[in-house]
Design a protein around this ligand. Structure first.
Ligand code: DQA
Length: 142
């Protein structure tokens, strides 16, 4: 059975409350359920992790080495700042998809910079929750 790790960065635990005009009304718990159900329907397993702390995200990515076939990562604000998360993803060398709920290229200029984009197998932005499900399908197709 293929195993996919989904990593979500800071403030994504507040989905449903947080700027719903940008991120939608769906809650974080609903996102987790959709991800788990989607993977299970395809005969795969998804582990879902969220943290507001950069080092905890680095630790989780490191622990994925040898244990997962693909990573779906939405580093949230750390997308635009974190060399450490980008380096961890490269270090474990597990194919990963960069996902953003919103269309980050159509927002403030500082959101156009992504440290994780260059080594990503694919990038999905502006598709809301569906972006995570598309990312899982892509990783399972590899
Ligand atoms: C985000 C976009 C980031 O710029 C922002 O800091 C987030 C969420 C998204 O999913 O659209 O927290 O990654």
């Amino acid at each position: 059975m293929k195993r996919i790790l989904v990593v979500n960065g800071p403030n994504l635990n507040l989905l449903g409350i947080r700027e719903p005009e940008i991120y939608g009304k769906g809650t974080y718990a609903e996102l987790v359920k959709q991800i788990r159900d989607h993977a299970a329907a395809r005969g795969a397993e998804a582990a879902v992790f969220q943290s507001n702390h950069e080092g905890a995200i680095v630790d989780r990515i490191q622990e994925a080495y040898g244990a997962f076939d693909g990573i779906v990562v939405n580093p949230a604000a750390y997308t635009h700042t974190s060399v450490a998360i980008a380096d961890a993803l490269k270090a474990v060398a597990i194919p990963y998809v960069e996902v953003h709920l919103s269309d980050i290229d159509a927002r403030e200029p500082f959101r156009k910079i992504s440290y994780v984009a260059s080594a990503a197998a694919k990038r999905i932005t502006g598709r809301g929750f569906a972006g995570y499900l598309e990312a899982i399908d892509f990783l399972l197709s590899l």
